[in-house]
Design a protein around this ligand. Sequence first.
Ligand SMILES: [Zn+2]
Length: 140
Amino acid sequence: MKKIGERKGNQETFLKNIEKFIRHILHEAPKQLEVDKVTQSINSIKTSSQIGVCPACKKAVIDKGKFYGCEGFTNGCRFSLPKTYLSKAISASNIKKLLDTRKSNLIKGFKSQKKGTTFEAILILNADNELKMEFPRKKK
Ligand SMILES: [Zn+2]
């Protein structure tokens, strides 16, 4: 009987502590959720996932998981870049370079869908900000 009584006592203390804890959180939460801080942390996340600047609207191009997309999407910008192009995964550094200079490095391992052969090419952005390929001139 004594043990049960103790247990009951512990449980009450436990519940009271939880109550205290919840009250504490409710009291502290509004302070922790200061808009500035939230915006700040969102911005830092954005900066860390920003891969470059959108050539169409100058907003950030960010990693969207399956592709790179423009943050101005909600404003109607449809600029995006694939992570994989013709069976070749495009590295983040090449996407960066493509956004910075409108031209990637020479990338090897693209696969021709018709012929099934692999080839190398440079990815470029044309005047309409569309992804195109440029083929290096063959050495004679
Ligand atoms: Zn854009």
